[in-house]
Design a binder for this molecule. Structure first.
Ligand code: ZN
Length: 583
């Protein structure tokens, strides 16, 4: 398989498949508009499918509710009452009587990593709590995994969070459990790793004069040698970057996309894509094997790699797959004005000095791509907003370019106001409350923790807030978990965080549909049910207008998921047949 960047420099690219266009000079907005081509002309006036007798939650402010929808080819051609839609019925139209079931736009997950999710679930040792919550439980799980592997074979685990011991283990804590295999374990967030001694030796990193890679660190013991703790991706991947064969990547992507489609997701923004993984999406798109839409944001670790990517990559866009922007990170453990946790200050490392950070953002901006920054701490968020404003020049230009931010969990009213003013889409993970709420309550400023992921404030201030599960960092890929947690604001142990930040179900649905579409320049095509848009929608088993508390979501699930008017998931065989109305 050719690397993505190589293949994209070849001039045969456009001839390989018609949907793949090398548009090296088109500005991003023009590019997005090009993707919104709508075809209405047809020799047949009838629709291919009519949904009738249903509660359509459209997410279109001009017509929020409707009873019937007509679909022709990949597009919605009519929305309204059954009588209004009857004009689209001819002898070839399939009419589905949905018996009052609810229909929403297809859900959009604006931040997840599908191939990495598949890789973790299918290939790695899972180290999530509560199974792993102490050095003893960690060692037990790792030792068990080592028994079935030949000596010398790499073992990779991921998902550990906190340990009873109150610190990360070092290589010395892991060597006994896995003495004969090189071992790399990765924190749930993906930001930290721990290698055993054999792994460090194998990577030739067990030396006192070792230099830290850019934006990254090898923590040291008293003996000045690396103690096995690795801060940020460059240090982690310098030890070992678990390889995946082409077929394994396709298997991982297919596995993840199937799970997502079952949850009503019709589009995913994959915001951490190395070139090889982007190539997998490209090849799947060329073979029409993408059941859901993918928007790709390749990750770059430094200015040099950023420039290399931008010099080689050519724009590609198609309804199912688009290179949307470029991703970078400014922090891992939150970069704060006041330390979040004094015991973890040694883990706080800005990934770039300010001048480099700004130069990277400017390079992406100048190349007409959407910048996508991972920023968690309040200081990291402000640095990002400062740079966006500086490269754009003014807030109107910021709004036009929509450079976006991932995570932004702390409630700083000034920063939220600026995000709203600059039109910066913010992709939030309400599951932060479940996953980190209890841990942060125990160690950080209670007022600060009480207001994490302040979705109601983002909405009130007019910021463009959307949701993404961020698997495999976060454990749950379920979009309804994000919505439920945003509605309840309860931690894993059931503690209530600031109830004034709770939102309604419909606000949560908006974050997973039209707002998420906006964050990826897709709002002209998807994210709401409107005439002329793509027929991406979900049929639900319960009435969505009755979801007034988080508890109401229990048992709520999709009956069927459609992309481009075609069913990509149905809850049981024959769903469509059962709903087919005989005319
Ligand atoms: Zn992520």
């Amino acid at each position: 398989m050719k690397k993505l960047t190589e293949s994209m420099t070849t001039c045969d690219l456009t001839s390989r498949r018609s949907f793949l266009k090398a548009l090296a000079t088109a500005p991003l907005l023009a590019l997005t508009d090009a993707g919104a081509t709508r075809v209405f002309a047809s020799p047949r006036s009838g629709a291919d499918m009519i949904l009738t007798n249903c509660n359509l939650i459209t997410m279109d402010d001009n017509k929020p509710l409707a009873r019937a929808m007509a679909i022709k080819g990949a597009n919605i051609v009519g929305i309204g009452s059954h009588d209004e839609m009857s004009q689209f019925i001819d002898s070839k139209t399939t009419v589905l009587d949905l018996h009052q079931e609810s229909v929403s736009p297809g859900l959009i997950d604006a931040h997840s990593h599908l191939i990495a999710f598949g890789q973790m679930q299918l290939k790695f040792v899972i180290l999530r709590p509560p199974q792993v919550n102490s050095f003893e439980t960690l060692r037990k799980v790792l030792a068990k995994a080592a028994v079935s592997r030949p000596k010398g074979e790499w073992i990779v685990g991921r998902g550990f969070r906190d340990f009873r011991e109150g610190r990360f283990p070092t290589r010395h804590d892991l060597d006994d459990a896995v003495p004969n295999n090189p071992l790399l374990i990765i924190h749930w967030s993906g930001q930290f790793g721990i290698a055993n001694t054999m792994a460090l030796k194998k990577a030739d990193l067990l030396k006192a004069d070792l230099k830290d890679p850019y934006g990254s660190a090898y923590l040291r013991g008293k003996d000045k040698l690396p103690n096995g703790i690795l801060v940020h991706y460059p240090a982690i991947y310098s030890v070992y970057n678990p390889p995946m064969e082409d077929h394994e990547q396709i298997e991982a992507a297919s596995w993840a996309m199937k799970l997502f489609a079952e949850q009503g997701i019709t589009c995913v923004h994959d915001n951490f894509v190395p070139a090889q993984k982007a190539q997998t999406y490209l090849e799947m798109a060329q073979r029409s094997e993408l059941p859901i839409r993918i928007r790709v944001y390749p990750y770059i670790p430094n200015l040099e790699r950023c420039k290399l990517l931008l010099s080689k990559v050519k724009r590609y866009q198609a309804p199912m797959l688009r290179l949307q922007g470029v991703k970078l990170a400014i922090d891992g453990y939150p970069l704060m004005y006041k330390p979040l946790d004094k015991n973890r200050e040694h883990l706080v490392q800005p990934m770039h000095p300010r001048d480099q950070f700004e130069a990277i953002i400017k390079a992406i901006h100048d190349a007409d791509y959407q910048v996508d920054v991972h920023a968690v701490g309040d200081k990291a968020v402000d640095m990002t907003l400062d740079c966006f404003l500086k490269v754009c020049g003014n807030s109107a230009e910021c709004r036009r370019r929509r450079h976006r931010m991932e995570h932004f969990p702390f409630r700083n009213l000034d920063s939220i106001g600026r995000a709203a003013d600059y039109g910066v889409p913010v992709c939030s993970q309400p599951e932060m409350i479940t996953v980190r709420g209890d841990e942060l309550l125990a160690k950080a400023d209670r007022n600060l923790v009480n207001t994490i992921t302040p979705i109601a404030t983002f909405i009130k201030e007019g910021a463009m807030i959307c949701f993404g599960a961020d698997v495999p960092a976060f454990p749950s890929y379920l979009p309804l978990d994000s919505v439920r947690t945003a509605m309840s604001r309860k931690t894993e142990k059931g503690k209530q965080l600031d109830p004034s930040e709770r939102i309604s179900f419909m606000e949560g649905l908006r974050c997973h549909t039209i707002n998420a579409a906006y964050s990826g320049f897709d709002e002209h095509d998807i994210g709401s049910l409107e005439v002329g848009k793509k027929a991406d929608f979900v049929v639900w088993n319960k009435d969505l207008t009755k979801m007034s508390s988080a508890a109401d979501l229990s048992g709520l699930k999709p009956e069927a998921t459609f992309v481009d008017g075609k069913m990509v998931y149905e809850s049981e065989n024959g769903y469509v047949l059962r709903r087919k109305k005989h005319l």
